[in-house]
Ligand binder design. Structure first.
Ligand SMILES: [Zn+2]
Ligand SMILES: [Zn+2]
Length: 225
């Protein structure tokens, strides 16, 4: 579905004033394709990212200068927010600009070394109101978003578009927030056991020889690895 079609679908449910208010927070079509399904949370994350960028006065990140720390965890709903945040900000997981704190909260701190930091969280009132929509009846039964009737997914998503920023988000400046990214290095060496390249901060030494973490028998570096 192309963006014009989606916007037309959305517009059917909106007055002109509501459309003017919210249009800039409706994600582009490629965002839905990237995300994979229609749900309210990717667009909420998108809006959160856009608002945080406006608040801090930063543009969408092309390279490696804008960091986001979503507080979501694993095994709970609504983590789709993180995709919307990445789409809006360009602060992607692959550029190592996004790291989850695993607090299990619907919030994120946005940090730019020159512009400072701000934390956005969803208000409990907003979460409670949204939770009344039929979409969540399906989700609680274990129905995946792509299997939920489009009418049901659109109903809740369009409702979120119409809510005010103040109702949706609590905004907290974080003047003391500090974060030092790892220093970049192209240095690498071959593991003496498996022969694969390893970047230097991950090299370990065993019996005086360079080894990768899996070959080292030392503590694993990733949960579940
Ligand atoms: Zn989703
Ligand atoms: Zn190895």
């Amino acid at each position: 579905m192309i963006i014009e079609v989606r916007l037309k679908l959305v517009k059917q449910h909106f007055t002109k004033k509501e459309m003017d208010m919210t249009a800039k927070y409706i994600p582009p079509e490629w965002a839905f394709e990237f995300h994979g399904h229609l749900c309210p949370f990717m667009p909420i994350g998108y809006r959160m990212g856009k608002l945080a960028m406006e608040y801090l006065g930063v543009k969408r990140e092309k390279d490696h200068g804008f960091f986001v720390f979503p507080e979501i965890g694993e095994g709970h709903p609504q983590t789709c927010m993180a995709d919307g945040i990445q789409i809006a900000t360009g602060s992607t997981y692959g550029k190592i600009l996004m790291a989850m704190t695993f607090y299990g909260k619907l919030a994120a701190t946005f940090y730019h070394p020159q512009k400072g930091a701000v934390r956005y969280s969803l208000t409990p009132d907003f979460i409670d109101e949204m939770g009344k929509y039929e979409f969540f009846v399906y989700r609680k039964k274990g129905v995946e978003p792509s299997q939920i009737p489009q009418r049901v997914s659109e109903e809740v998503t369009n409702w979120t578009y119409k809510q005010s920023d103040d109702f949706m988000f609590k905004v907290e400046p974080k003047p003391d927030f500090k974060f030092t990214p790892a220093k970049g290095s192209f240095n690498k060496a071959k593991c003496s056991v498996c022969g694969e390249y390893v970047f230097e901060r991950y090299l370990r030494t065993k019996d005086g020889k360079p080894v990768c973490i899996p070959c080292s028998g030392f503590t694993k570096s990733m949960p579940g690895a």
